[in-house]
Design a protein around this ligand. Structure first.
Ligand SMILES: Nc1ncnc2c1ncn2[C@@H]1O[C@H](COP(=O)(O)OP(=O)(O)OP(=O)(O)O)[C@@H](O)[C@H]1O
Length: 294
């Protein structure tokens, strides 16, 4: 569905994308993660045909997006980061306008319902709240019933309930056999939705794979709080200590927890809020992006 080899993009002196290789299969939900400025939008907009690569090979739905025709464009749906609708048009009018660009669009009323804008159907787009505008953007990406969807930060500005609704919609797309490439800053979103994720740092893919497999190689987190007067023996090798909070990382947590609790009981020390938890995608992300800032 998508093949990328050796993709590079330079803006003036700045190399924003520094050699990306990527394959996305039909029916997959693939998520790009990475700090601000990592090159996610640049890469996605090259795949959409809106920007041209400096070097490398890109194939999307069997064609080079930079040279693609209307028939190719009708097979993709795009949700951009920036606002793409006429503010004077109502929700229904906007969807009808975009539906007109596609040969076999979905009924506008179905899309209004799907994105939960029934009550705003006759509201002008310019009067929608930020989250409602994003829902309309999502509707616009869906209205042409495309095979491949590009969703750039689809739930930014959504309240928690609206995010769950959007996740439900994206899962429905997966069930319908669509392919989705999304970018997000929400790690829980990527963990909940994506079959595979790629973490981009400084224009390169630092790691890539199913969320569970990225997490699998990372250490279990053991966290607790200690009173100021108590000193933890150095043999526990704490990874982080601040404000009385201590974090230990271990690939074999059982003996560590055993030794730690034995030490605490012997010395009458309280391990307040003791938690042992598997690493999350967020932990992996923070480990990989430590020291970079957007
Ligand atoms: N049109 C442009 N001209 C010059 N530089 C650009 C242009 N677009 C992006 N850049 C630069 O390229 C780098 C990558 O930007 P990009 O928008 O792809 O990052 P991103 O990962 O999508 O970030 P964010 O999470 O903030 O959306 C940044 O340093 C950005 O300043």
């Amino acid at each position: 569905m998508i093949t990328v080899e050796g993709l590079r993009k330079t803006y003036g002196q700045h190399e924003a994308v520094r050699g990306i290789d990527l394959e996305v299969q039909a029916g997959e939900i693939f998520a790009f993660l990475g700090p601000n400025g990592a090159g996610k939008t640049t890469t996605v907009e090259i795949l959409e045909g809106y920007r041209h690569p400096t070097a490398g090979k890109v194939e999307v739905l069997g064609a080079d997006p930079a040279r693609a025709d209307r028939a190719w464009r009708a097979r993709i749906g795009v949700m951009l980061q920036s606002w793409q609708v006429e503010p004077a048009l109502t929700v229904r009018e906007s969807l009808r306008q975009f539906a007109g660009y596609y040969p076999r669009s979905l009924p506008v009323e179905d899309v209004v319902r799907l994105v939960g804008l029934e009550e705003q159907g006759d509201t002008r787009a310019g009067r929608l709240s930020g989250g409602q505008q994003r829902r309309l953007d999502l509707g616009i990406a869906l209205v042409g019933d495309p095979e491949l969807l590009f969703l750039d930060e689809p739930t930014t500005g959504f309240d928690p309930a609206a995010r769950r609704v959007a996740w439900q919609i994206i899962s429905t797309l997966r069930d319908a056999g669509k392919t989705v490439l999304l970018t997000t800053h929400y790690l829980d979103e990527a963990q909940a939705l994506a079959d595979r994720v790629a973490i981009l740092v400084d224009g390169r893919i630092r790691t890539e794979g199913p969320p569970e497999s990225l997490v699998a190689g990372h250490a279990t987190r053991i966290t607790f709080r200690l009173a100021d007067s108590v000193e933890l023996p150095a043999r526990f090798e704490p990874t982080a200590m601040a404000d009385g909070r201590v974090e230990l990382h271990s690939h074999e947590p059982l003996p560590v927890v055993y030794a730690l609790t034995a030490w605490a009981v012997e010395n009458g020390v309280d391990l307040a809020d003791l938690q042992v938890r598997r690493p999350s995608l967020e932990d992996v992300y923070l480990d990989l992006t430590a020291g970079t800032h957007g």
